[in-house]
Design a protein around this ligand. Structure first.
Ligand code: PMP
Length: 392
């Protein structure tokens, strides 16, 4: 009997319930079409919204930086791992988000978790949308603040929770994803901002799926809703539309200085290597130089959504390039994803516990570099497989 044998039992249970993950393996570069597990497929599974993950300019910038500045940074940011290019990227992100300052983290996950944990303590409270990302939940737990969850997008309930939990001297954080990753709907940010202002709460938005996607030039949900100066903390990831890896926080200068001193992933985990930082800088230039990518992302989104609706599929509340096709039943959804893959379309099945029981779906994400024929071909596959399985 080994000390870790209980895990074998738990794994067997997951397998029995159909919940054990078996990630597919990408062979070669990602893109609108890519090769997974030996099959060439239309890729509707990646977060590579603007098609930058394998853009020649980013690849070139990454290679050059590695040759000139090395493969690694050698240290955490606060000791010897802050390079000129980290500072330059932060300046550019502050500009991109119309914020006073910005700070790069190793990922979107550590940006959220490290920031929430650093700005609250056990006497405080966090009021959080039910569908917020796992990294927000982990940050909330690390902060030891009281956690109150409001029903998805329910501004009235958030208001009520802020009223109920108010105490003199207690800090309150109202936090939401900008775009929700499983449903592709947009947060009711204007309403939430008003409520936060009414209660004097800190307002924080996780724009992982909105940075580079929503707003002018991809500036995010704050820009989309014209709420400049009214959201205290904006989170972005560099791993989705930006196409590389990392995360950042944008906000007032004193927040950024605080995170440089108390944001634990920033302090205790080695900084991004030159290739990553240089590719992110180049991504910002490409976004500026090729605005047609953002236009294409949205025209592709419209084409694909319209196609799914015409075929009678349920796409839930989606308003963005993330479009779920909801079949409800777990087993049917798994079969749908497998059959689509066999028909040359990759979109993963998302089932409980990632989404609630009975709302299982395959999740599609279109990108700027899908061609019209990629999307029409994918829709044809949806039509065939949907009919075969009785999913509409
Ligand atoms: N927030 C949301 C809403 C996300 O979907 C993700 C990525 N799954 C993250 C944060 C984390 O970003 P990263 O992948 O850069 O760690």
């Amino acid at each position: 009997m080994g000390a870790l044998d209980h895990l074998k039992q738990e794994l067997a249970e997951l397998e029995e319930q159909g919940l054990l993950l078996h990630p597919r393996t990408l062979e070669g570069a990602t893109g609108a079409r890519a090769r997974f597990d030996g099959r060439d497929v239309i890729n509707l599974a990646s977060n590579n919204y603007l098609g930058l993950a394998n853009h020649p300019r980013l690849n070139e910038a990454a290679s050059r930086a590695a040759l000139e500045c090395g493969a690694g940074s050698g240290a955490v940011r606060t000791i010897a791992g802050t390079m000129t290019m980290h500072r330059e990227l932060e300046r550019r992100f502050a500009e991109f988000k119309h914020a006073e300052a910005a700070l790069m983290f190793q990922s979107g996950f550590t940006s959220n978790a490290g920031t929430v944990a650093a700005i609250l303590s056990k006497d405080d409270v966090i009021v959080s949308d039910q569908l917020n990302h796992a990294s927000i939940i982990d940050g909330a737990r690390l902060s030891r603040a009281e956690i109150k969850v409001f029903p998805h997008k329910d501004v009235g309930a958030a208001d009520e929770l802020l009223s109920q939990t108010a105490r003199p001297g207690r800090r309150q954080l109202l936090i939401t994803d900008g775009v929700f990753s499983m449903d592709g709907d947009i947060a009711p940010l204007p309403g939430l901002v008003e409520v936060a202002e009414k209660h004097g709460a800190i307002m924080m938005v996780d724009d992982a799926h909105a940075s580079g996607v929503l707003g002018t030039g991809g500036a995010g949900t704050v820009d989309h809703f014209g709420l400049h100066g009214r959201v205290d903390i904006q989170v972005g990831t560099l791993s989705k539309a930006i196409g590389v890896l990392g995360g950042f926080i944008a906000g007032p200068g004193h927040l950024i200085e605080w995170l440089e001193n108390r944001g634990r992933p920033f302090l205790f985990s080695t900084s991004a290597p030159p290739s990553v930082v240089a590719a992110c800088l180049e991504a910002l230039d490409v976004i500026r130089d090729e605005p047609e990518r953002l236009e294409r992302l949205w025209s592709n989104t419209e084409l694909f959504k319209d196609g799914l609706h015409a075929l009678g599929f349920d796409t839930g509340a989606s308003e963005t390039p993330i479009t779920p096709v909801i079949s409800g039943d777990e087993e049917t959804t798994q079969t749908l994803a497998r059959r689509l893959f066999e028909e040359g379309v990759f979109c993963p099945a998302i089932v409980f516990p990632t989404v609630g029981r009975g709302s299982a779906r395959v999740r599609t994400i279109v990108a700027a570099d899908h061609s019209e024929s990629d999307l029409r071909e994918a829709l044809d596959a949806f039509e065939r497989v949907g009919r075969e399985l009785g999913v509409r």
